[in-house]
Structure formats: C-alpha cells, structure tokens
Ligand binder design. Structure first.
Ligand SMILES: [Zn+2]
Length: 135
C-alpha cells in the first residue's frame, strides 16, 4: 500500500528523526508535564512554550475505525477498500494516531484491542509509524 513520504518541518523534525530510530516520541511540557501530539509551538494545557520530547512505550488501543471505499485520494484509490483506525496512546488517551492495521481485512479491525507501534520504510532511510495488534 503506497504511503505518503513525510516531509518534516521545524516543529515535526524531532518526531520524524525519532521514527527513523524506531522510537515513538511525543511532546512533553516542561511546566506541567502534559503530553501532546501532533507537535505544537505551545502546550495545549497551560500555554507553556518550553516543550521537550518523551519516548513512549509505543503501546495503545484501537478506539474506532472506518473503511475507505470511495476515497478520491489518487495514490490510495488502488488499495480500496482499506481500514483507517484511530489508536489512542496508552500514556495519554487524548493522543490519537491513525493506523491502516496492515494484515487485517477491511471491516475486521478489533476495536478495543491492544496495539503496538511498528515502523515501515516508505523511502530509502525514511520510516513511518504504523500499528499492529499486540501479541
Ligand atoms: Zn503545560
């Protein structure tokens, strides 16, 4: 399944650098310790501007999913139908990631199941994060 190759900007570069080292990191506020993703210039809870990065366990749970059958995104159209699940991060359920749940047939996503992050190479030297049901 073809995927977009991420293009990092100043804010997201630490995230993608970590992904390339097979680590899943999220921003952490140095003032109130809140975790957030996607990266933002300020803490969403206290407005603090001093944000660091924290490595997560890479574990989460499937919150919900949809199946795309009639997307007009050209590069994804040949793969239809395919799953698009929402994963919540165990350390901070407010943080969500999208997942295609590779290897799981369309409509068969086990909602509520524990998942763990995996990494896929989408271009030479460029990984992306994806999720699979935890063993
Ligand atoms: Zn904060």
């Amino acid at each position: 399944m073809p995927k977009l190759v991420p293009v990092a900007d100043e804010l997201s570069k630490p995230f993608w650098d970590a992904v390339n080292e097979r680590k899943l990191v999220v921003q952490q506020c140095r003032a109130c310790n809140a975790l957030q993703y996607p990266p933002r210039p300020r803490c969403q809870d206290c407005g603090g501007e001093s944000l660091g990065w924290k490595e997560t366990s890479g574990r989460g749970h499937i919150l919900e999913f949809v199946v795309l059958q009639d997307s007009h995104i050209p590069y994804r159209a040949p793969d239809q139908p395919f799953n698009l699940a929402v994963v919540t991060l165990d350390e901070e359920p407010r943080i969500n990631f999208f997942a295609n749940m590779l290897g799981i047939a369309p409509f068969e996503v086990p909602v509520g199941a524990a998942v763990e992050v995996i990494f896929e190479e989408v271009a030479p030297g460029q990984l992306i994060h994806e999720w699979k049901v935890a063993e």
